[in-house]
Design a protein around this ligand. Structure first.
Ligand code: FAD
Ligand code: DHB
Length: 392
């Protein structure tokens, strides 16, 4: 099999890239190891930055998002029983975010790709990327599980969009990695109950962080900071609601609505960057190159920035013959990646209680939150980062 761009992975990065290339008249083949139902159900991110929303609309993939997504103009910070709202449009010259789940973004892009785009092959596992330093890189892959037949996809370019556990990063030799793990994770639940607040609530509490989010006007998504090795099933539904209630406590009469929990899982937290994001004709995009802890909701949005940057660079190459933007790909992406790493790290250390935190550090956290609540400059810094850094 032969194509212009071989894309490994049909998460948000790979699917959006296929769409952007299709719109630019460049053909691609997407290889995805899991089946369609699995990809469409994998519960992950929920917040789209303004720039991501704009990209999806321009790509012709924003129709259902505009109908069903929820525009959010702010978030609430909760600490010391206090509530403080951060007003995004007022602080950023009109920017906002959209609550529209990653599952829905993927469903929309898959439907478009199958209808209008090039091949999107599910249950097809990339085994290795070969010849990245030549002008004919190849992806060795296998269809239909461990017993399936091996084949080769010959490409002009390969983009590794295969997430943190994929195979493409291994084909970038002499890379350097920067990493930090955290001694806690997030226990996430989906519950069939209307959200208890109309905007997201990020809560810092002596017992640990909690986040109130949503998937729709009738489905809540909530997270609790838990020790890193927690088994989700060891938490009963009642214990989860009791703990959420305590961490969201306020001085006013705010109450948490409870409802049936339909899904429960624990997400580990990690900061990770692999440099460079390119080797020859192999380019890494999204979680294949970098991971952020989820506080701040940057993971999916970073993946979108990477593939937009690649699609622009390749379109430029096709139109002008110039490799300049492809050569700049890694540096262009990494600049934005490090801003998101910084913000995600700041939000994580601002809101989570570390097991070894001293009383001095606890007080500093509260002082940082108080600063955001009382200084327009500090609050603007948060609002600008949350609504998103420019792409490219
Ligand atoms: P992925 O979504 O990981 O997609 C990679 C795709 O490649 C997958 O479909 C995988 O099956 C496929 N693949 C892997 N190996 C191969 C192979 N060898 N051959 C073929 N295909 C392969 N971000 C937030 O902002 N908020 C959140 O709440 C949040 N929660 C998360 C929870 C979890 C458990 C995880 C893992 C991530 C979470 N993230 C969250 C991060 C966000 O979901 C990711 O940043 C985003 O999915 C990145 O998209 P991607 O396309 O780069 O990678
Ligand atoms: C969600 C996840 C996040 O990491 C975040 O910061 C906000 C919302 C969510 O899944 O809804």
């Amino acid at each position: 099999m032969r194509t212009t761009v071989g894309i490994i992975g049909a998460g948000p990065a790979g699917l959006l890239l296929a769409r952007l290339l299709h719109n630019a008249g460049i053909d691609s083949v997407v290889l995805e190891s899991r089946d369609r139902a699995y990809v469409e159900r994998r519960q992950r991110a929920g917040i789209l930055e303004q720039g991501t929303v704009d990209v999806l609309r321009e790509a012709g993939a924003g129709e259902r998002m505009d109908r069903e997504g929820l525009r959010h103009d702010g978030i609430e910070l909760r600490f010391d029983r206090r509530r403080h709202r951060v007003d995004f449009p007022a602080l950023t010259g009109g920017r906002s975010v959209m609550v529209y789940a990653q599952t829905e973004v993927c469903k929309d892009l898959i439907a478009l790709q199958l209808k209008e785009g090039g091949p999107l092959l599910f249950e097809t596992e990339a085994l290795a990327v070969e010849g990245a330093e030549t002008d004919r890189p190849r992806v060795r892959f296998r269809r239909g599980g461990a017993e399936g037949a091996e084949d080769v996809l010959e490409c002009d370019y390969v983009v590794g969009c295969d997430g943190f556990w994929g195979v493409s990063r291994a084909a970038v030799p002499d890379g350097r990695t920067f990493e930090r793990t955290y001694p806690f994770g997030w226990l996430g639940i989906l519950a069939d109950v209307a959200p208890s607040h109309d905007e997201l609530v990020y809560a810092r509490h002596d017992r640990g962080f909690a986040l109130l989010s949503m998937r729709s006007p009738s489905v809540s998504r909530l997270y609790l900071q838990v020790p890193a090795d927690t088994d989700a099933d060891s938490w009963s539904d009642e214990r989860i609601w009791d703990e959420l209630e305590r961490r969201f406590e306020t001085d006013d009469d705010w109450t948490l609505r409870r409802g049936p929990i339909t899904q429960k899982s624990v997400t580990p937290m990690r900061s990770y960057v692999h440099e460079p994001m390119r080797h020859g004709r192999l380019f890494l995009a999204g979680d294949a190159a970098h991971i952020v802890p989820p506080t701040g909701a940057k993971g999916l949005n970073l993946a979108v920035g990477d593939v937009v940057t690649f699609a622009r660079a390749l379109t430029h190459r096709t139109a002008t013959g110039s490799e300049d933007l492809l050569d700049a790909y890694s540096a262009t992406c990494l600049r934005r990646v490090w801003q998101a790493e910084r913000f995600s790290y700041d939000m994580t250390t601002l809101l989570h209680t570390a097991p070894d935190a001293t009383p001095f550090e606890d007080r500093l956290q509260l002082a940082r939150l108080d600063r955001i609540a009382s200084s327009r400059a500090a609050e603007t810094d948060l609002a600008e980062a949350y609504t998103g850094f420019p792409i490219g």
